[in-house]
Design a protein around this ligand. Structure first.
Ligand SMILES: CC(C)(COP(=O)(O)OP(=O)(O)OC[C@H]1O[C@@H](n2cnc3c(N)ncnc32)[C@H](O)[C@@H]1OP(=O)(O)O)[C@@H](O)C(=O)NCCC(=O)NCCS
Length: 170
């Protein structure tokens, strides 16, 4: 019997991301959040995602480390809406290195992020992901998320050949 998965989970250390981790986390994210991951282009992993969240919400930027190697990360932020007493916690990016997925690392990172958000007064957590991300959706359902809401993204090609009816010459 293979006893590796529970071992990894127990040995993983969850800690706040530091400035020295930025490039490692960025490159791990590049491997996970490719254009196939999000074909809509709505979610794009780039340097600004990580540096912006690191600057604004350092205590909600976490890494999962095993023997000095970063195997996963969770980047979150909080949102306060006007006219609402509620504070929301938005888990923006969660990624686990391929090869150790499904061994409990995501759940461990998520638990620590949730604990920190509760400590900050968050009353509701939010996530979003593509509708075809079955692994992600299954993961979040397992963490207790529900109330799935559909969102439609549309695009309009503005290159020469694509014109709406109104724009066609009479
Ligand atoms: C989603 C993700 C963060 C989950 O992390 P993880 O460490 O693999 O998850 P855990 O081991 O803690 O939890 C396992 C659960 O997650 C779900 N899951 C994870 N990988 C899965 C896969 N390949 N297929 C189906 N379900 C999967 C299942 O519900 C699973 O429960 P099960 O083992 O009882 O079936 C990870 O798969 C990942 O990095 N995916 C790519 C990036 C992504 O989609 N991020 C989420 C949106 S930002």
């Amino acid at each position: 019997m293979n006893s590796e998965p529970p071992e990894i989970k127990e040995r993983l250390r969850i800690r706040e991301m530091t400035i020295d981790d930025l490039s490692e986390v960025f490159h791990l994210g590049e491997k996970l959040f490719t254009s196939e991951y999000s074909p809509s282009m709505y979610r794009t992993w780039d340097e600004y995602e990580i540096t912006t969240l690191f600057n604004s919400d350092n205590d909600l930027c976490l890494v999962a480390e095993l023997e000095d190697e970063i195997l996963g990360f969770a980047l979150g932020t909080t949102v306060e809406k006007q006219h609402s007493a509620w504070k929301y916690g938005y888990l923006v990016w969660l990624g686990i290195r391929q090869g150790i997925q499904k061994s409990g690392a995501g759940a461990k990172l998520f638990r620590e992020l949730k604990r920190r958000m509760i400590e900050q007064g968050v009353r509701m957590m939010l996530i979003d992901t593509d509708a075809d991300n079955q692994a992600g959706i299954s993961f979040f359902k397992k963490q207790g998320f529900g109330n799935v809401q559909q969102h439609v993204y549309m695009s309009l090609n503005l290159s020469k050949k694509s014109k709406t009816k109104k724009e066609k010459p009479e």
